[in-house]
Design a protein around this ligand. Structure first.
Ligand code: PEP
Ligand code: MG
Length: 527
């Protein structure tokens, strides 16, 4: 009897996957007879990888998957970067082996990036390693075996986001990376696609037998190779019950009949399709900045239209809450990195950029029940500035101004919600930023989890926001990741929240938990 082998990793995208182990790292196809590479071959290998990634990005853009395309574009830029190519060419000229030189230069650059204090830049070390490996593989004529015909779990030293996008419709049911973390681009893409993924996994997984059956369970943070029959049956049941409600959820009500509006968070057309097919009533948070985190200037009106149209076009008369660019935290594009002001302040300091985005939102959102959401609000002046720009833009476009709401995700704004309520049409609580500020944890910190929004200080602030909204008669929703957390969700329902917006792939699961919850039986804070 085969004994199951277990490998632990950090869950970075939730779910359970059942499939055969597929090693995506390439194998030598030359039977060990390697010819020394010439400078031209080295340059050609870099160029081939850059072309391949650029072509994949263009293909993704054509399919309306702009955020994914932006990520693959980064790999294309790295593969065309002379800072990487020149030292490799020089080393080969001096007699070094091509693959060794690529590996050494790639590692040196990755180490420099990994040491940077900015966690977002530090995560790019993985992108450099992926590109270096792809170039070395191209040079050495190394290729991964094709994936199995059945469902499979991808295992790589460093999972490349491009792998996930390419294999998503070819039987991929999960991914396991020895490198990376929760904010690596591969993890971001895995979450958007609803694929379970482990990062920082025990490196012995690279020696596990390919083709063997395995269970990837992010509840336990384990990959189990050759699982026991009982484990296989349990995993199969869990997968079936997670998938079942996808086609059936429509009106979401609690077990005691209270209606809840369940919306989805998206940044791409693919997530919008996933969320709506899972039963979301509409989009509760469109993160417009994700598509533009690598750009060199403010996006133009046309850039915004190209991004918004494939998403909002799906929302025929459904709610669509479009958030203005939130170039803050780990989403600051290169052109703002060294500016004094970022985020909402930078956007308000660039009135042309704000107008361009508002115009595109109004035009692309014509067929939907549109609202505009302002991120990271700190003052009433900011609300007034956006309200004025929205009113003027609406006149220009010949439309009624849509509702204007604010993200409540800064602790001082939450504490002072009663002052903001009369100035806005709705509140949307961003538990990700709120929790990290209240608990004094960086959002890139490994310790930060959506469940931490259960902490009484965070709950106390949410309570104040709900009360302020009720007194003024405006709606309040929660769109941070805590809305989909099984521990926090009942607390939010108990506080009176009846509108939730969750990751597109999480809609069926959250709908099921709401349907199983008796709100009347939940503990309620004293009035
Ligand atoms: C939040 O902070 O909870 C939120 C929804 O905004 P983002 O995660 O995009 O910062
Ligand atoms: Mg936020």
């Amino acid at each position: 009897m085969t004994v199951p082998s277990r490998y632990r990793g950090q869950p970075v995208s939730e779910g359970i996957g059942l499939g055969h182990i597929y090693h995506g790292d390439s194998r030598d196809q030359t039977n060990g007879h390697r010819q020394p590479a010439t400078e031209e071959q080295v340059r050609a290998a870099f160029a081939a990888v850059a072309r391949d990634r650029a072509a994949l990005a263009a293909d993704l853009r054509r399919r309306g998957q702009d955020p994914q395309a932006a990520i693959v574009d980064i790999a294309a830029l790295i593969a065309a970067d002379s800072a990487l190519i020149t030292p490799v060419v020089e080393a080969v000229r001096a007699g070094a082996d091509g693959a060794d030189a690529i590996h050494q230069v790639g590692e040196a650059q990755a180490a420099l990036l990994a040491a940077l204090p900015d966690p977002d830049l530090a995560q790019r070390a993985g992108d450099v390693r992926q590109v270096a490996r792809a170039v070395a593989d191209h040079l050495g004529n190394k290729r991964a075996a094709p994936p199995p015909a059945a469902t499979f779990i991808l295992v790589r030293r460093e999972v490349d986001p491009a792998d996930l996008i390419r294999l998503a419709e070819a039987g991929l049911v999960g991914a396991v990376s020895v490198g990376g973390g929760a904010s690596s681009h591969a993890a971001i893409i895995a979450r958007g696609l609803g694929l379970p993924m482990l990062a920082g996994t025990d490196p012995r997984i690279l020696e596990a037998p390919g083709g063997h059956q395995a269970i990837l369970d992010t509840n336990t943070g384990e990959l189990i190779v050759d699982p026991a029959g009982s484990e296989l049956a349990a995993a199969q049941t869990a997968i079936t019950s997670a998938e079942a409600p996808r086609s059936t959820v429509r009106d979401v009500t609690t077990a005691d009949g209270q209606p809840v509006t369940l919306l989805c968070n998206v940044a791409s057309a693919a997530e919008t399709r996933l969320g709506l097919s899972g039963g979301a009533t509409g989009v509760g948070l469109l993160r417009t900045e994700i598509a533009f985190t690598t750009v060199d200037d403010w996006p133009s009106r046309e850039d915004h239209l190209a991004q918004l149209t494939p998403i909002l076009g799906q929302l025929n008369q459904r709610p669509a809450v479009v958030r203005l660019l939130d170039f803050s935290g780990d989403k600051v594009p290169p052109f703002l990195k060294h500016q004094e002001e970022q985020g909402l302040t930078a956007l308000l300091d660039a009135p042309g950029a704000l107008r361009d985005q508002l115009t595109a939102i109004l035009r692309a959102g014509r067929g939907s029940r549109l609202s505009v959401l302002v991120p990271m609000v700190r003052s009433l002046d900011e609300v007034a500035a956006v309200r004025a720009a929205l009113a003027e833009t609406a006149v220009e476009v010949g439309q009624e101004p849509p509702k204007l709401g604010i993200m409540v995700e800064v602790a001082a704004t939450a504490a002072n919600a009663a002052a903001f309520a009369p100035a806005v049409d709705f509140f949307s609580i961003g538990t990700n930023d709120l929790t990290s500020e209240v608990l004094g944890l960086d959002r890139a910190d490994r310790a930060i989890r959506p469940a931490l929004a259960a902490e009484p200080r965070v709950q106390g602030l949410i309570h104040r926001v709900v009360e302020a909204a009720a007194e003024t008669g405006i709606n309040v929703s929660v769109c941070g990741d805590a809305a989909a957390d099984p521990v926090v969700l009942p607390l939010l329902l108990a506080l009176g929240i009846r509108t939730l917006s969750v990751g597109a792939a999480r809609v069926p699961q959250v709908a099921r938990q709401i349907a199983d919850t008796q709100v009347a039986r939940l503990w309620r804070p004293a009035p």
